[in-house]
Design a protein around this ligand. Structure first.
Ligand code: MRU
Length: 358
C-alpha cells in the first residue's frame, strides 16, 4: 500500500529546476522553470515552493544552479548565505545546505557542480522515502481510531503538509493517504490557514485523491473540537526543538490548545530533517514575520484573470503583524510521527539523534 503523488513538486531538467508553482494553486496547475540562483531565491521567498521539506530540497537545487556559474569557495559560501536568508523558521533549509557544504567543500571547484546536482537529487529521493515512512508510522493511529469508533474518523489538519509541501506523499497527509488506500473511512477537516490560505491547497490535494474533505474557517476549529466533532488533529512542522516543542504554521497553537483542553489526540508528523537538536526549546526557534500585504489581501480569481490575483480587504491603511508560525508546547502533543515511528514529543529528538539525549 502506498500513495504516489500525481505531480512532481520539483524536478531537474538539464541545468534547470522545474517546480510546481504553488502560487497558482488551487486555481491553476502551472510549472515554472528556474535557471539561476536568483530564480530559486525568488521562488522560496514568494512561496512558489513552500513547506519545510520542499524548501530544503529546493535550496539544495538552488545551490547546484549557483555553482554552475561559479563554483569557487567564495561563491559557494555566498550562495549558501543567500539561500539561508530566504525563510528563517523551517530548519530543513539549513540542514539541506549544510549537507551540501559537507559534500562540496572538500572538492576542487571543477567537481562541485556535478556533485551538487547529485546531492540535491539524493535529498529529493530521501525526502520521498521519509514521507512514506511517516505514513506507515501514522497509519496505526487512524486504524485504531477507526476500529474503536466504528465510523469514519474525523481528522483536523492545518496548513498544507501534503505532497505539495514535500517531494513525496507529504508528512501529516501521508498517513491519511495510506488510510484512505487501506479502505478506512475518513473525513478530513481542513482549516483555511489565513493569511496565505494553504488549507485550500490541502483541500485540493485531498479532493483530487478522493479523500472526503471539509473546508472550515480557521476559527471554526475550536467549536468543532469542543463539541466532539474531531477525533484526531494531525499537522506538520517547520522546526522541532530538542524538548519536543513544535513550530508550525500560525494557528497550530490554538488548535493544540483546544485539543488539549478537550482531550483530543494531537499528532505532529515530521521527518528528522525538521528536528533541530541545537534548539533547546521553542523559545529558541526564530519566527518568520512576513509582509503586511498578506494580511491586507486575499488571493482570488476574478472572471477573465489568468491566475489568482490579490484583492485588498480594506481601503484603510492598517498596522499589521504577520507572524507566519507559532509554537506548540511539547506537553500538548500526544506524539510526533517520524520515519522511525511515533514518539512522545519530549523523547522524539532523542530517538532520532541519540547523542542529543545526553
Ligand atoms: O509557510 P509555509 O506554507 O511554508 O508553512 C508550511 C507549514 O507550516 C507546514 O505545516 C510545514 O512546513 C510542514 S510541510 C510538510
Amino acid at each position: 500500500m502506498s500513495f504516489t503523488p500525481p505531480l512532481a513538486t520539483l524536478r531537474r531538467d538539464g541545468n534547470a529546476v522545474v517546480i510546481l508553482d504553488q502560487t497558482g494553486l488551487p486555481w491553476r496547475v502551472v510549472e515554472r522553470r528556474l535557471t539561476t540562483l536568483e530564480d530559486v531565491l525568488e521562488a522560496i521567498v514568494a512561496m512558489r515552493v513552500r513547506g519545510a521539506p520542499l524548501i530544503g530540497v529546493a535550496a539544495a537545487h538552488g545551490l547546484a544552479l549557483a555553482l554552475e556559474r561559479d563554483a569557487s569557495d567564495a561563491a559557494l559560501e555566498a550562495a549558501i548565505a543567500r539561500l539561508l536568508a530566504t525563510r528563517p523558521t523551517a530548519v530543513n533549509l539549513r540542514l539541506a545546505l549544510e549537507a551540501q557544504r559537507t559534500v562540496l567543500a572538500p572538492l576542487p571547484p571543477s567537481e562541485r557542480p556535478v556533485a551538487a546536482w547529485r546531492e540535491a537529487e539524493r535529498q529529493r529521493r530521501d525526502d520521498a522515502a521519509r514521507c512514506e515512512a511517516i505514513g506507515r508510522a501514522g497509519l496505526p493511529w487512524i486504524e485504531t481510531l477507526a476500529r474503536r469508533l466504528g465510523r469514519p474518523v474525523r481528522v483536523l489538519t492545518h496548513c498544507n503538509a501534503g505532497w505539495v509541501a514535500t517531494c513525496g506523499a507529504g508528512t501529516a497527509l501521508s498517513p491519511i493517504y495510506l488510510a484512505h488506500a487501506a479502505g478506512i473511512a475518513l473525513e478530513v477537516f481542513v482549516s483555511e490557514t489565513r493569511p496565505r490560505n494553504q488549507g485550500l491547497i490541502t483541500h485540493w490535494e485531498l479532493t483530487q485523491a478522493g479523500v472526503p474533505a471539509t473546508l472550515i474557517a480557521d476559527d471554526a476549529a475550536g467549536l468543532l473540537i469542543a463539541q466532539g466533532d474531531i477525533d484526531l488533529v494531525l499537522v506538520g512542522a517547520d522546526r522541532i526543538a530538542r524538548n519536543g516543542d513544535v513550530a508550525n504554521k500560525i494557528g497550530t497553537y490554538l488548535k493544540a490548545l483546544a485539543a488539549h483542553a478537550h482531550g483530543v489526540p494531537f499528532l505532529v508528523a515530521a521527518p528528522a530533517t525538521t528536528f533541530d537538536p541545537a534548539c533547546p526549546d521553542g523559545a529558541a526557534i526564530p519566527i518568520e514575520e512576513r509582509a503586511a500585504d498578506e494580511v491586507l489581501t486575499v488571493a482570488g480569481l476574478p472572471p477573465g484573470a489568468n491566475g489568482p490575483v490579490p484583492v485588498r480587504l480594506t481601503p484603510l491603511p492598517a498596522r499589521v503583524r504577520n507572524p507566519a508560525f507559532d509554537l506548540t508546547p511539547a506537553r500538548w502533543i500526544t506524539a510526533i510521527l517520524t520515519e522511525t515511528g511515533a514518539w512522545p514529543a519530549p523523547l522524539a529528538a532523542a530517538k532520532l539523534f541519540p547523542e542529543s539525549d545526553r
